[in-house]
Design a protein around this ligand. Structure first.
Ligand SMILES: [Zn+2]
Length: 105
């Protein structure tokens, strides 16, 4: 069982974090801060989050399954590509049995 929750608050934080990324990405001086923390390349902020492999997702630096108390801690948030985040899984599992199968899969 996943300890991850899906509340209105989670959604709000997720959206805020994405919007912060959009702003960082729009300015060449801060763009690097909005890059994917896993592969260090630019994220497609024009795509709706989680809809394409290059679109934005919120990755938790410390996996929520192991650190459920950090799920909504912005210090634990990292910008990532949807694809990179999916293949990372929890960090140790190569091909994790995903909780949510992406629509484009
Ligand atoms: Zn990436």
């Amino acid at each position: 069982m996943s300890k991850r929750t899906h509340t209105r608050e989670d959604q709000r934080l997720r959206t805020e974090f994405y919007e912060e990324g959009v702003l960082l990405d729009a300015d060449p001086e801060t763009r690097h801060l909005a890059d994917c923390h896993l592969c260090r390349t630019r994220i497609d902020y024009e795509a709706k989050p989680g809809t394409t492999p290059d679109s934005h997702t919120l990755d938790h630096y410390f996996p929520v399954d192991d650190y459920p108390e950090l799920q909504n801690d912005p210090e634990n948030f990292r910008h990532a590509h949807f694809n990179c985040n999916s293949s990372r899984g929890k960090g140790e599992i190569e091909n994790g049995l995903g909780e949510e199968m992406p629509a484009w899969w």
